[in-house]
Design a protein around this ligand. Structure first.
Ligand SMILES: Cc1cc2nc3c(=O)[nH]c(=O)nc-3n(C[C@H](O)[C@H](O)[C@H](O)COP(=O)(O)O)c2cc1C
Length: 204
């Protein structure tokens, strides 16, 4: 872990394709002993089950992560928040999470963050990160993208968020879907301020 890496991180999972990016990121943070404040939108819950199966349902996530990525994931802890709970501690600037990632980020959640709507806990927690000038990493996934969607990404970037599209690279010669997920999770960890070894750095 780098010297300035946050100990507590907000992870939001919304209803865009790429649930494996979220579980790999979550597992990597927990392996590092982080405390994760977890929010899963209604469609994020559906995505976990649709893409990863019933074993990955939110209620069973800790066991799923341990089985899929190893018992080391039990080093950290997560607190699951309702997306409707606008009174949760992460809805306030006084909370101590130094960073947040929305992975994957749907175009709907992106729009809500871009326009500062704060209708849900995901939107409000992201707004807190922006107003407090903390790290906010947004991992959008859609193809193709409309002009409003592109503009919403620009709005978020202008407000200080990092836009890290769910676009795995191929120069590390991936052989499996897990290799692609490792690449994205490694990128996300770096963006959150962690050292990462999930994929090999380009050696030139
Ligand atoms: C199987 C499935 C895949 C989806 N994939 C995407 C996607 O990749 N990107 C996106 O923006 N929306 C996607 N959607 C649509 C969103 O889930 C939908 O707009 C939803 O309202 C988003 O709500 P949320 O942001 O609160 O999770 C998908 C929906 C389903 C059911």
């Amino acid at each position: 872990m780098s010297a300035e890496a946050p100990r507590a991180v907000v992870v939001a999972i919304s209803g865009a394709s790429g649930a494996v990016y979220a579980t790999r990121t979550l597992a990597a943070l927990l392996e590092r002993g982080c405390h994760v404040e977890l929010i899963v939108t209604e469609f994020g819950r559906r995505l976990l089950r649709d893409e990863l199966g019933d074993a990955a349902a939110v209620e069973r996530l800790a066991d799923y992560l341990a089985e899929r990525y190893g018992e080391g994931t039990r080093k950290g802890r997560y607190t699951l928040h309702s997306n409707r709970d606008l009174g949760a501690k992460i809805a306030s600037g006084s909370q101590d999470c130094g960073a947040m990632v929305v992975v994957p980020c749907s175009m709907k959640t992106l729009a809500g963050i871009a326009h500062g709507l704060s209708r849900t806990l995901v939107e409000r927690a992201a707004d807190v990160m922006l107003k407090e000038k903390r790290r906010l990493v947004i991992v959008p996934r859609e193809a193709p993208m409309s002009l409003p969607q592109l503009r919403n990404m620009v709005l978020c970037a202008e407000a200080g968020a990092m836009i890290l599209p769910a676009m795995p690279a191929f120069y590390q010669k991936p052989k499996t879907l897990d290799d692609l997920a490792d690449f994205m999770a490694g990128k996300i960890l770096s963006a959150l301020g962690f050292d990462q070894t999930l994929y090999p750095k380009w050696a030139g």
